[in-house]
Design a protein around this ligand. Sequence first.
Ligand SMILES: [Zn+2]
Length: 286
Amino acid sequence: MPELPEVETVRRGLEPVLAGRRLRRIETRRSDLRFPLPRRFRERLEGARVGRLDRRAKFLLAELDTGEVFVSHLGMSGRYVVHPAEAPERALGDPYFAAPPDPAHTHVVFETDRGDRIEYNDPRRFGYMDLVAADAIGLHPWFLDLGPEPLGGVFSGEHLSEAFKGKQQSVKSALLDQRVVAGLGNIYVCEALFRARVDPRRPAGRIARPRLDRLAQTVRDVLLEAIEAGGSSLRDYARTDGALGYFQHRFQIYDRESEPCVNCGRKIHRITQAGRSTFCCVHCQR
Ligand SMILES: [Zn+2]
């Protein structure tokens, strides 16, 4: 499942093909993904020029000169595959999957005035798209209650201290709450808690301020490292057509049950919190 760094990498992969281009042709091969596509989806996109490409939490946002914003969430298995006009057989901008996409799961095709084709492929169809008026995007239900961006200026130990005040909920669950901070998922929360040496079961409201400062900084660090790794895998992918996986090799704790902790050498544990796996070292994380 793509998390914030993966979505940011997709944004960076799509930007050179989409920003400033006019959408010449849109093809929809079904009328819904997780939700129905917005009405007159094709007509509202065809002929529009794309301005900036942004990311908010795990949403991709493409500003259009029609006053609307194209909003896309990749869900569990959504991917954008770029077929450049000059070499359409060589797909770019999709560094996560070793296997080529199955064309049966290509649901939406975007063609630009330069002839580049961008295909949205999503086998599980948990992804979704919408077209939203640019001046009302903050009021859209997907964005209304989102907390600050973890890489933005508002997110800090001070912010966590305010958001966690009086909370009995575990710090793991609190960090996954999108109202507290937007776009964090299971993998990077596990990594950040491990690197900040915070026990994921600790009640959020009972963590001292200096540790929250450290935790906020650690969240930023793990995300920035992953975005950097994504950037290099994007470059590698564009250079070769090698099979590249997720950034899993860089994880210190996630999905490493029973392996030795890189810090103390004792076994990493997997526990379940709110129905999801947490990986932690019970010796190092307090
Ligand atoms: Zn340890």
